[in-house]
Design a binder for this molecule. Sequence first.
Ligand SMILES: [Fe+2]
Length: 139
Amino acid sequence: MRQTTEQNMINAFGGESMANMRYRHFAVQADKDNFPNVTRLFKAIAGETLEVEEMYPTYIATAKFQGERTALRSFQWSYDTEKMHKAFFEKAREAVPAGRDAALGVVQVCEVCGYTLEGEAPEVCPVCNAKKERFTAYP
Ligand SMILES: [Fe+2]
């Protein structure tokens, strides 16, 4: 693997690990504040605006340029799933400052790629093609 893409993989792993810790903490606080839907959001997903707007698009372009197909697939999955996560976080960001819990149905997470949606799990994950059984529901 080329050095830049290898470093991007390391950065992505570090960033996602730190985000995961933060969201666990946020979930505990949202639970204390009695926002059960926001609690579920933070328990179910991980993602950030920076990752959607800057990090993954840059990593994807670099991996394409360097011909790193496996890394490219991993970055593309992460990018596609983070876009969904960002939309969920925006729901929470609107609700909590107004003193409300987020309006939220059942959240489904693909355990292969992290793709997240609200409602019924699809027969096949639109990002990684995993079967419906690979989705975990957060009701
Ligand atoms: Fe998936």
